[in-house]
Design a protein around this ligand. Structure first.
Ligand SMILES: Cc1cc2nc3c(=O)[nH]c(=O)nc-3n(C[C@H](O)[C@H](O)[C@H](O)COP(=O)(O)OP(=O)(O)OC[C@H]3O[C@@H](n4cnc5c(N)ncnc54)[C@H](O)[C@@H]3O)c2cc1C
Length: 394
């Protein structure tokens, strides 16, 4: 065999694993294959600084052609992997790329509203192209409806409101983020957005979304009709692993891996596409977190070369910025059976509040801070230590 290591998915996880392979002394052939035409770029600013206009799109670049050339990382861009077998990856144009070891870093794709035209007034936000298109839409001045009160929907709402638009967020659950963080934290986000002038409608399903050349009408089950210039759909993402059916790794939940990212013989996966075993929690999970992709890249690069990463697994960590509020989360709130306030905010305000999530056995499984970075830093360290020393047994 002579294909060397092939990394499919040229974004955060793919780039970081390729760099770490070189950093670990791998000198063989190394190819980074991606379906986008851009070199790897960073996604968090797409719903923040790029959208608000604070950053030029080019500032999201994670690398340069010079750095890639220096590291001996070959790029194959604009190339979509459509199939795979135990020897090679097949691209959409029919080319086959042989591999000795395959690293899957194909991330996740934003779920879309059925029937929405790709270049119309209904937007999604996953790529640089999406973000630049949406930024243009924000300059339109017309009202905006955000479908889905998850992190991306709320960050878009904050950016749109910051641009002076009339913004409505529609969320099916009882509060934004309730399915992820529970109703207590969801209520903090509701208050934050309402205080900024966003209309937040919850608990009502959408029955239809109708686009005309100038508007989009969102109809709700209670009869409300919201007419906007643009609609942003933020209803989650699904892992990009359909192309892995040839290896039996196309499960809708993501690519199942062990705690070092091994999915099959000579096949590894990481980042948003991967479901890793999490020994500290005694189960498996997929995270759409920037830091998880970076942490896993170090582990996979070592494992592909037959080494240990030398560090205990890191806990999942996520942050979000909305207006001037910084939110941080560490751990697994999905395993919690209760949430309580660990530290109240200043003067009864939500700002500064720290929440602890505990499971049915009263073990702390996650901690979140609503604009309290200093306190969070300490709690994150403590939780990491607690779970490394005594993992949760399930
Ligand atoms: C708008 C936005 C804001 C975010 N904000 C935050 C934040 O504030 N905090 C945080 O922790 N996380 C945030 N995230 C999540 C974070 O960006 C992701 O966890 C991270 O990008 C995951 O990296 P990845 O490389 O695994 O996947 P991705 O970044 O999705 O990259 C996968 C790459 O593979 C390509 N690909 C897919 N299928 C194929 C194929 N068949 N063949 C070839 N290439 C393919 C994709 O086009 C893409 O380029 C945000 C994400 C988005 C979209």
């Amino acid at each position: 065999m002579s294909g060397g290591i092939v990394v499919v998915g040229a974004s955060l996880a793919g780039l970081r694993v390729a760099e770490a392979l070189r950093g670990n002394g791998y000198t063989g052939r190394l190819r980074l294959v991606g379906d986008e035409h851009h070199l790897p770029y960073d996604r968090p600013p797409l719903s923040k600084q790029v959208l608000t206009g604070e950053w030029e799109a080019s500032r999201t670049a994670l690398t340069t052609p010079e750095k890639l050339a220096e590291a001996g990382i070959e790029t194959v861009l604009g190339a979509r992997a459509v199939a795979v077998d135990t020897e090679a990856v097949t691209l959409a144009d029919g080319d086959r790329i042989d591999y000795d070891q395959l690293v899957v870093a194909t991330g996740a794709a934003a779920r879309t509203w059925p029937g929405a035209a790709p270049d119309g007034r209904v937007h999604r936000l996953r790529t640089l192209t999406d973000s630049v298109r949406l930024r243009t839409a924000l300059a339109d001045d017309g009202p905006m409806t955000v479908v889905g009160g998850g992190f991306i929907g709320l960050e878009v709402a904050a950016a749109a409101r910051g641009s002076g638009l009339d913004v409505t967020v529609v969320e099916l659950a009882s509060t934004p983020l309730e399915p992820v963080l529970g109703p207590e934290l969801g209520a903090c986000f509701t208050r934050l957005h309402r205080a900024a002038g966003v209309r937040v409608l919850t608990g009502v399903p959408i029955t239809s979304l109708q686009e005309t050349p100038d508007t989009v009408a969102v109809r709700l089950a209670d009869g409300t009709e919201l007419v906007a210039a643009h609609v942003v759909v933020g209803i989650g993402a699904k892992p990009n692993n359909d192309w892995l059916a040839g290896l039996g790794l196309d499960d809708a939940a993501g690519v199942p891996c062990d705690a070092r990212g091994r999915a099959a013989d000579r096949v590894w996966a990481l980042g948003d596409v991967a479901v890793w075993e999490e020994p500290m929690y005694g189960d498996c999970a997929r995270h759409e977190h920037w830091t998880t992709a970076v942490d896993q890249a170090a582990v996979v690069a070592a494992a592909v070369l037959g080494r240990e990463s030398g560090r205990p697994p890191a806990l999942p960590y996520f942050w979000s910025t909305q207006y001037d509020v910084n939110f941080q989360l560490v751990g697994r709130p999905d395993l919690a059976s209760s949430v309580h306030v660990l530290e109240a905010g200043e003067d009864g305000s939500d700002r500064g509040t720290v929440f602890a999530f505990t499971d049915a056995t009263d073990r702390r499984v996650a901690v979140a801070a609503f604009h309290n970075p200093r306190r969070f830093l300490r709690l994150r360290r403590d939780l990491q230590q607690e779970l490394t020393t005594a993992p949760v047994r399930r």
